[in-house]
Design a protein around this ligand. Structure first.
Ligand SMILES: [Zn+2]
Ligand SMILES: [Zn+2]
Length: 258
């Protein structure tokens, strides 16, 4: 399995060298997307990732720093299918599920996309609502969703955290959360825990996790807040003083094998 960090920034003003949140997980010849922040399709393509491997897309919530790149990602798939020999054939008329907490937002994306050439016959994208439990299970890969409190108690089913399992491994993506407690049921055990810092201090997250007894292999910070954006080395040192070398700060266009 390989994790690709396309964008690692939270919803700040534009930051040099950083784009908003998007991560893909490759399992064999299939690629799963988690959030689709600005430019994610472009970044994935220039990193050399195979967009024709796109199997499913999971959106944590519909804030712009998690979904701003979705129209362009779909447009890019359509463009590659029309321009790159064999790309459309490899998509093979695939139905790509888009799990999204507010499916009506996809209507707006479709309206925008219809403004161009229309959809490609090489693939279709179907919006599906998120709910707690296993959303996707196919050929040895499964993805579970759990609602969180990022948008407050009045809208608990508008924001989700995710867990992917494949090849005997588990990967957890917090999305945006009120606290680690929101998505604790997804954690144990996992190989990689991806936690956002746009709303949290790294040392508090590390201390909470140390005290909680949760079993995770590596902790990777994503969706960086201002402290990491200003001083990644200093924040990493703080985090490692609590949890040691199992903590990492993801950078844009970084890939890791697990
Ligand atoms: Zn965010
Ligand atoms: Zn958000």
């Amino acid at each position: 399995m390989r994790i690709n960090f396309l964008g690692t920034c939270s919803g700040t003003e534009p930051m040099p060298g950083r784009h908003h949140t998007s991560i893909t997980v490759e399992v064999g010849d299939r690629m799963f997307w988690f959030d689709a922040g600005e430019g994610c399709g472009h970044t994935a393509h220039v990193m050399g990732l195979d967009l024709a491997a796109t199997e499913a897309v999971f959106i944590s919530h519909t804030h712009m720093d998690h979904i701003g790149g979705l129209p362009h990602l779909i447009w890019t798939l359509r463009k590659l299918a029309g321009r790159v020999e064999g790309f459309g054939a490899r998509l093979g008329g695939r139905q790509i599920p888009l799990y999204i907490p507010r499916p009506e937002v996809f209507d707006a994306v479709n309206t925008l996309l219809a403004n161009g050439k229309g959809l490609s016959p090489a693939f279709t994208i179907t919006a599906r609502p998120c709910q707690d439990g296993w959303l996707y299970e196919q050929d040895g890969v499964r993805v579970r969703a759990l609602h969180n409190l990022h948008l407050g108690p009045d809208e608990p089913f508008r924001s989700f955290s995710y867990r992917l399992e494949a090849d005997g491994r588990g990967i957890v993506f917090s999305g945006d959360v009120k606290s680690v407690a929101d998505f604790e049921p997804l954690i144990d055990p996992c190989d990689v825990l991806m936690m956002e810092t746009g709303h949290h201090r790294v040392e508090e997250v590390c201390e909470y996790l140390r005290g909680s007894g949760h079993r995770f292999g590596q902790l990777v910070f994503v969706h960086h807040g201002r402290a990491i954006l200003a001083d990644p080395a200093g924040e990493l040192a703080k985090a490692r003083s609590v949890l040691g070398n199992k903590v990492h700060i993801a950078a844009d266009r970084q890939s890791v094998m697990i």
